[in-house]
Ligand binder design. Sequence first.
Ligand SMILES: C[S@@+](CC[C@H](N)C(=O)[O-])C[C@H]1O[C@@H](n2cnc3c(N)ncnc32)[C@H](O)[C@@H]1O
Length: 399
Amino acid sequence: MADPADLRARLVGELEELPGPWRQAFADVPRHAFIPALVWRQRRDVDGNDMYPLHRDEEPGEWLEVAYANRAVDTQVDDGNPAEDGTGHEVTSSASQPSVVADMLIGLQAEPGMTVLEVGTGTGYNAALLAHRLGQDNVVTVEIDPQVADHARDALAATGFGKVTVITGDGAQGYPANAPYDRVLVTAAVTTIPYAWISQTVPGGRVVVPMAGTYQPPGILTLDVGHDGTASGRFGGAAAFMALRAQRVPRPRGRPIDTDTAAVSTTDVHPYRVAGDRDAATAIGMRVCGIHKHYAPGSDSTGTQWLLDPDTGSWAAIALTPDPPYEVRQGGTRRLWDEVEAAYRWWIDTGKPTVDAWRVTVTPAGQCNEVDIPAHLFDSPAQNDQPGVHRWVRSSTGT
Ligand SMILES: C[S@@+](CC[C@H](N)C(=O)[O-])C[C@H]1O[C@@H](n2cnc3c(N)ncnc32)[C@H](O)[C@@H]1O
C-alpha cells in the first residue's frame, strides 16, 4: 500500500498555483487523518446516482487513494441516515476538493494572526489548514451536524490542532461569542447571504462564500466588508458545494403526470446552449426563480430536458433531437421554458454579461444582485444611475 506521505507530496505537486505558506500547510496536514473510515461514492458499474459505501478496513489502499486524490470525498449521505439497502442519495457532508480549498484560502487573503470563522466544518481538514497558517487560537469553525462536528473535533485533536474551537450549531448565525473576525470562510452554498456573516466581520475584512441557485451555476463570491456595515463583491471561479442546511431546496422527485394537458410549441434554442453556458445560466438563474433542471436520456442519442418548479407543480419538457426545431411541452401555472428562453434572450440583448459583471451587495436590509450593462443596450433608461453603465437589479431581504 502507498505511503500517505508520498500521496500527500503528489497531491501538493498537483496544486500548482499554491503560494509557499499555504503549500507548507497542505504538505504538513495529513488529509487522510480527517477522512472518516466510511466514505461514499458512485459506482461506474451501476446505473443511477445512488452512493455506495467504501470502508477503510475493507479496501485500505483504495480508501487512501481517495483520501489523497484532488477530488471531493463524500463523507456523509442523507444526514447520516442512508437507506436500509445501504445506499445513499444526497451527499450531506464532504471534504472539499483540495484545489478548491486552496483557491478559497488564497481568495480569503488570510495572514498569520488574523481571526477566522469557518462555516461548515465538515471533516475539519480546512480548519486544520487555517490553524496551521493563522494559529489554532484564531480559528473558530461551526458545523450543524453533531456527528460530523464530533468527528472533526477528534481528528483535529489527533493531529495536534486540538485548540481550534469547533462549535456544533447553525453557522447561518455565525458565532457571535468570538466576533468580530478578520475573515469568514463559508464551505456550504447559499443563494441568500445571512447578514450575521457581515456584521461579525471587521470593517475591511473579507467573506468568501459559494453561491448557487436551482438554475444558477455555482460560483465563489468574495465580499469585502465596508465601514458602513455593508459588504459587496463579485464572483471568481466555479465550484459546487452542498447547500447551507436552511437553504436546501429539495430536488423534485418523479415526473409530472398531466403531460396530456400540455401546451405544445417549438423552439430553435437548444436548452444546452442556455444551461451549458456559465455566463448565460448565471444571468438566467438571477432572473428566474425556483426552476430546477433535469436531463433524462432517451433510448437513442436523444433525450429530454425537464424544467420543474416544485412550488407550483409547473413543468416543461424539451425534446432533444439532433436538429432544431425542438418540441416544447409545458404545463402548470408557469411557462418555465418561456421564462428561461426570455431570460436567455435578455442576456443576449444586454451584451452577454459575464459572470464577473455581476455584483452582490449585502446590507442589513437585504441582498442585491446587480449587473453592469452597457448603457446603449439597456431597455429602461429611467434606471440609469451611472454614465455609461446601467444596472439590472434584483433585491431580496436577508435571513
Ligand atoms: C462541503 S462540507 C465542508 C467541508 C469542510 N470545510 C472540510 O474541510 O472538510 C459542508 C458542511 O457544511 C455543513 N453545514 C451545512 N449547513 C450548515 C449550517 N447551517 N451551519 C454549519 N454547518 C453547516 C454540512 O453539514 C457539511 O458538513
